[in-house]
Design a protein around this ligand. Structure first.
Ligand code: FAD
Ligand code: UDP
Length: 404
């Protein structure tokens, strides 16, 4: 039977939208559905007081991959925003990531050589305790990376708030992302390219979804689209991995965040887009002042008000938004078991943060979709190994209460 669409894409986040864009460019017909009332997934912005508010937390695009950077800039222009978060620990401010500014604020003025010596002294005990083996958890990783003072002031309590778990129970890789530098450089990322879309992320989403049919407020599992083969040849699923299989092997854990957003009657509330609160005394982890993503210099005062959001991390419960996969041993093993089921699903591609249960940033999501569409040498307009992307299997499981 001739279907109306080549692809039904569940989820209009960056994975689904990038997929839709590349498929449409190749002449495929896409229908994108999302259960939220809007398109864009976690990169959705809402304009308040003329300021683009990042509805699902601060999103800073950063990458070392030129192809990815050129791809997104061809959709919409990006500005020169550079993320330089500041940490507030019990009323004292420190620059992040860990660099010469942080070391001066922590221990008083130092040269780079002296700072190295200080860090070595701070790390020594933890390095000796490891006896040559690799760090097994986040605490060991942090102590051997930056030592005791920085760990206690800027990492331990923040991380325990963020993840709701002790640092000894968290994987080391979470902290490996943070740079340690012996130069006065507050740029949070080492990547060559960084910025925010001029006019906000909705422009990126609109550009990516131009040419696709889109429906919001439609839940795949509670709609006619569950029987997707009636509508499309292939399914691209970017929702939670365990939900697709009706949680039949058990539920994956997630961390979620709630955002308390308010308008402040001042043009400049905290002087920076991101301020982290690294002590247990404050219940939220970060305060985001959204205007600083897009207003620079005198533009900051041009708007008399400002919008700020506090971020409160929480354990995910059904009905909340799943944000961060919890990559501990239990969840990694369970995710592997679900991935084995996913690999057998006929005509279905599982992609993105939720469906792969991976702690992806935006750029790796775009990179992944670009790679899916990369043409083999000499065959420019052909999907690379398209058949092998969409594997064999049984179809989605009906949600609980609807019979299986
Ligand atoms: P999502 O954006 O989550 O999109 C998935 C979509 O699927 C959602 O819209 C959802 O409603 C929809 N969906 C799910 N199930 C169904 C269903 N059954 N039916 C219909 N629709 C469904 N990355 C960075 O690079 N820089 C940052 O600064 C950054 N900050 C972040 C801050 C926070 C608080 C979070 C949570 C993430 C951050 N990220 C950041 C990561 C970034 O959000 C992700 O990499 C990106 O959103 C992944 O896109 P996605 O399409 O996989 O998922
Ligand atoms: N982190 C920390 N102190 C900070 C900022 C980050 O200890 O002030 C740790 C924390 O464990 C966090 C990890 O670094 O989970 C990664 O933080 P990042 O801000 O890069 O990630 P995001 O929360 O934005 O995904």
């Amino acid at each position: 039977m001739n279907k109306k669409y080549d692809y039904l894409i569940v989820g209009s986040g960056l994975f689904g939208a990038t997929f839709a864009h590349l498929a449409t460019r190749r002449g495929k017909r896409c229908l994108v559905i999302d259960r939220r009332p809007h398109l864009g997934g976690n990169i959705r912005c809402e304009c308040v007081e003329g300021i683009n508010v990042h509805l699902y937390g601060a999103h800073i695009f950063h990458t070392d991959n030129r192809e990815v950077w050129e791809f997104v800039n061809a959709i919409t222009e990006f500005n020169r925003y550079t993320n330089c978060p500041v940490a507030n620990y019990k009323g004292r401010l420190y620059n992040l990531p860990f660099n010469m500014n942080t070391f001066c604020q922590m221990w008083g003025p130092l040269t780079p050589a002296e700072a190295r010596g200080k860090i070595e002294e701070q790390r020594r005990e933890a390095v000796e305790a490891l006896g040559g083996r690799a760090p097994q958890n986040l605490e060991e990783q942090a102590l051997t990376l930056v030592g005791n003072d920085i760990y206690r002031t800027l990492i331990q309590e923040y991380t325990e708030k963020q993840w709701g778990r002790r640092c000894t129970d968290l994987p080391a890789f979470i902290i490996r992302r943070l740079p340690v530098r012996f130069v006065f450089d507050n740029n949070y990322f080492n990547d060559r390219y960084q910025g925010i879309p001029v006019g906000g992320y909705n422009r990126l989403v609109e550009g990516l979804l131009a040419g696709s049919d889109c429906r919001t407020g439609v839940d795949f599992f509670h709609s006619d689209y569950r029987d997707w083969r009636r509508h499309a040849d292939r399914l691209v699923y970017t929702g939670p991995l365990d939900e697709y299989f009706g949680f039949r092997l058990g539920r994956l854990d997630w961390r979620t965040v709630s955002f308390r957003t308010r308008v402040e009657e001042t043009p400049n509330y905290q002087g920076n887009a991101v301020v982290n609160y690294t002590s247990h005394d404050v219940p939220y982890t970060r305060v985001i002042e959204h205007k600083h993503f897009e207003c620079f210099g005198p533009e900051v005062d041009a708007c008399p008000r400002t919008v700020v959001s506090e971020e409160y991390p929480a354990e995910y419960k059904p009905g909340m938004e799943p944000y961060y996969p919890v990559n501990d041993e239990r969840n990694n093993a369970l995710a592997d078991a679900y991935r084995a089921l996913a690999a057998r699903e006929q005509g279905v591609l599982f992609g993105g943060r939720l469906a792969e249960y991976r702690y992806y940033d935006m750029a790796p999501v775009v990179e992944k979709v670009l790679a899916l569409f990369a043409a083999p040498a000499g065959e420019e307009s052909v999907f690379a190994a398209e058949e092998s992307l969409f594997a064999a299997g049984e179809g989605p499981v009906p949600p609980a209460g609807e019979g299986q």
